[in-house]
Design a protein around this ligand. Structure first.
Ligand code: HEC
Ligand code: HEC
Length: 206
């Protein structure tokens, strides 16, 4: 938190805040209130975890909120207020250690077939060809870790790609894939990735 605030202060000094009032800027830019910086633990499981995500991915998302390729009122204002200072914040989270995750809370931790095999009859590449099957490594510079993200968040992002609310994906691939998934598949995929929890957390039902 202290590190986050220092970097932010430096970034704002360098680039200057936007027209937002000092008070609202303070709330919008208190990133760690919603996205805990590791090793600090998140207080809720509502917000996406940014720790250890690829730098290129994080930078692209802040740009997407600014440019309207992702819609979320709070994060749009945050990204606008952050402006040119966003590189420092993306770097802070990208350099933070990613959580050590384990599959928990599911009777069977075999990934859904769509994750490992895809469904070529529908032109669906396996999710794991871009989003690593191993939450400790990345496969692609622009594809984020999905393991351990909040279930409702993951499902909402897939629906947002499917109905065109989120257009930040390179070459429209996530939009094309998501539009071919049915409601049950979206729920299953979100539940699978969200069932990976920090190893220090109690299991839900085993
Ligand atoms: C009041 C809570 C809150 C604050 C403060 C906040 N965020 Fe967020 N952030 C969110 C929410 C909610 C989302 C998910 C938005 C959505 O559903 O599209 C998000 C999404 C993001 C994402 C995209 C994550 C992903 O996996 O795609 C990035 C990057 C991000 N925030 C960075 C920041 C940074 C940097 C700051 C501080 C300058 C910040 N946020 C401040 C709530 C917050
Ligand atoms: C060809 C590579 C590729 C494949 C295959 C792929 N993805 Fe993605 N996915 C990406 C990229 C790249 C992004 C980041 C796009 C952006 O910037 O909005 C992404 C973003 C996402 C996000 C948003 C994550 C966040 O933190 O906001 C979700 C959820 C997601 N993918 C789920 C899936 C699922 C589920 C599958 C399998 C059905 C899948 N993806 C298959 C490349 C891929």
């Amino acid at each position: 938190m202290t590190v986050a605030r220092t970097i932010l202060a430096l970034a704002l000094t360098a680039f200057g805040p936007t027209a937002l009032s000092a008070q609202s800027t303070d709330i919008l830019l208190n990133c760690s209130a919603c996205h805990a910086v590791a090793p600090e633990r998140p207080t809720t499981q509502v917000f996406p975890d940014l720790n250890g995500q690829p730098i290129r991915y994080l930078e692209r998302q802040l740009e997407a909120f600014r440019e309207g390729d992702r819609r979320h009122r709070q994060m749009e204002l945050t990204a606008l207020a952050l402006g040119q200072g966003d590189g420092a914040m993306a770097r802070l989270y990208a350099d933070a250690p990613r959580p050590v995750l384990e599959p928990k809370g599911m009777n069977d931790d075999t990934p859904p077939a769509l994750v490992t095999q895809g469904d070529w009859s529908r032109g669906l590449a396996p999710c794991a060809s871009c989003h690593s099957l191993d939450p400790d490594t990345d496969r692609a510079r622009t594809a984020p870790r999905l393991h351990g993200q909040p279930e409702a968040y993951l499902a909402d992002q897939l629906r947002a790609y499917a109905d065109g609310r989120r257009t930040s994906d390179p070459m429209g691939r996530m939009r094309a894939y998501s539009a071919r998934l049915d409601t049950a598949e979206i729920s299953d995929l979100a539940a699978y990735y969200a069932s990976w929890r920090p190893e220090t957390e109690e299991a839900k039902n085993d």
